[in-house]
Design a protein around this ligand. Sequence first.
Ligand code: GLN
Length: 315
Amino acid sequence: ADTVSLPAAEAAVKAAYERYRGLNEGKNADYIPALAKVPSQLFGIALVTPHGQVVAAGDVGHAFSIQSISKVFTLAQVLQESGEQLVEDAVGVDATGQAFNSIVAVEQHRGREMNPLVNPGAIAATGLVKGDSADAVWASISRMHDACAGRTLSVDAEVYRSESETNQRNRAIAMLMSAYERFPGDPAQAVDLYTRGCSIAANARDLAVMAATLANGGRNPITRTQAIDNRHIPGLLAVMATAGLYDDSGKWLFRTGLPAKSGVGGGLIAVAPGRFGVAAFSPPLDAAGNSVRAQKAIIDICRDLGANPYAVTPV
Ligand code: GLN
């Protein structure tokens, strides 16, 4: 079956890049000091098909910290090891309707009824990854990211240090989630490994391969490795559709119909199941914490390529 036509994808990516390259709206995240220093004008878009074709425009080779996008791949690791039921029981799969780092959301349901794509659920999910030591847990988390990217990703040491020095709020969230027994083990370890995951550096092309791995039933379209078991993909994409853009997830779904995940580093991935994965990178964010240009570019590309699964031609 046809996934997406390459000339159409090339035209859509190029058009979105040209349309928004001059747009100067939003502001870099600055609550993590290292993120404020990333040049705001950087802008890149990449799209990868299930056949491994890559379409790119702009700064697609510039590596940046993937931040909350790592939550998807840590969740994939938990699903892989422990299955859907544990995730539902331990952290939940519903939107919180609150900001990604909300403590109110935790208090409302004593740490339940969250989801693994906001900080409390993501820190708990990190604490649910199996391993006898911090190194063993980290090895599993980073292996999952690498398998989906198709190469060994590294941690941006400056971002990791900067965020570790300023993540008091996440440490409080970890303590609270631990107090509510949402995950076993040391909350300090969970928040540290969560922070390390957020500091993983990848470029827009890597992220597009990761998105395309999700679009291709868990098989990396470049390396052809089954990075995530096929049966976990629907649940993973459902949580992305529900909560991938924090409390703007509903708006995003309304506009695109597609599962997606953003990060405060300015990255955004979206998944058109069976058709393509797309990623865009531009550091300035809107009030909800999502990249302004990345959202606009991906919305247009998905519209141009007819990627909304809710849009069908009547028979
Ligand atoms: N590391 C960031 C944090 O915990 C990730 C948040 C994000 O990308 N939304 O605040």
